[in-house]
Write a protein that binds this ligand. Structure first.
Ligand code: GUN
Length: 299
């Protein structure tokens, strides 16, 4: 039987509509809207395209948005001074510094400089620690993992007691989603295994997964025979494998062989149109939350 497709494009629409309604309510109640600054250094094409989409989405929701672009050679001290300025700006609730940064800038130093209450990417060590503690301490959830959990929840996939296997141990996706799925609580409470480049046999673990989350960045890594029949497969891979000569757009391929996998899985996310569209929606949700906390003076 062909798997049910979990469409990030559709779920995103619902989430953005929910955020828009909350922005209207905030405007009526406080006379304020969420404020987001997006900081881009250099002209890496993938980063430019992500930031453009973030700016466009923020504006479509009625956010106050500052697009703060800088040349590749901006000194680290100038970037830190700008972050300090935005940390103290009451109209800015979220600060996003697009990564990667050029080699002369210490990425962790930049992340550490962001006020954790405005760290809508959830990269600051304080927020990573809060995520580990879980419950109410985790006020923001990192964007891609939050998008994944939202897709699992909204597709009606059972998580409590399920075997979740996460392929990849990055700080942005693998480690946080593994922690979130293992927490006690709704849409979690799972038994989680993390596999990575040091794992002897990936297939053995993947075959056990009721929910298989793949964030390895290797096109077609997961073979159809590694998928347990009926499993939910979440493909985080967005590998640029070429360029469409007519549209000039990148051709994206996931980490899972989608066409074959959809004949075995119970539910599956496509690439493109799966996890990708969710990430920016969750960034907007975090910015809204940051503004709500700030306006209600919750520290
Ligand atoms: N670069 C790739 N993904 C991300 C992300 O989620 N946030 C930021 N700031 N940079 C990125």
């Amino acid at each position: 039987m062909t798997a049910e497709i979990i469409s990030g494009t559709e779920i995103r629409k619902t989430i953005l509509a929910e955020i828009k309604a909350d922005v209207e309510e905030m405007k009526a109640k406080h006379g304020k809207v969420p404020g987001l600054v997006t900081m881009l250094v250099g002209k890496d094409p993938a980063s430019v395209s992500y930031v453009t989409l973030k700016v466009k989405t923020a504006l479509s929701l009625g956010f106050h948005e500052i697009q703060d672009d800088h040349p590749e050679d901006i000194p680290e001290s100038d970037l830190l001074a700008l972050i300090h300025k935005y940390n103290n700006d009451p109209d800015i609730h979220g600060i996003l510094v697009q990564l990667p940064l050029p080699g002369h800038i210490d990425e962790q130093k930049v992340i550490n400089a962001i006020n954790p209450d405005k760290d809508v990417d959830v990269f600051h060590p304080i927020n990573v620690g809060r995520l580990m503690i879980g419950g109410d301490d985790a006020r923001f959830l990192p964007c891609t993992p939050a998008g994944i959990q939202e897709m699992i929840a909204r597709s009606g996939t059972r998580t409590s007691g399920a075997e979740v296997v996460v392929v990849g141990r990055s700080n942005i996706v693998g480690k946080p989603i593994a922690m979130m799925m293992a927490q006690k609580g709704a849409y979690a409470n799972a038994t989680v295994t993390i596999v990575h480049t040091g794992t002897t046999d990936l297939s053995v673990h993947c075959k056990r997964a009721d929910i298989l989350i793949v964030a390895a960045g290797v096109p077609g890594l997961v073979k159809p025979e590694w998928i347990k029949p009926g499993a939910t497969v979440i493909d985080v891979g967005t590998n640029r494998v070429g360029m469409n000569k007519t549209t000039g757009k990148a051709i994206l391929k996931g980490d899972v062989d989608f066409d074959a996998a959809k004949e075995i899985a119970g539910k599956i996310t496509p690439v493109p149109g799966g996890v990708g569209p969710m990430t920016i929606a969750m960034l907007m949700k975090n910015t809204l939350k940051a503004a709500q906390y700030a306006l209600e003076d919750i520290r």
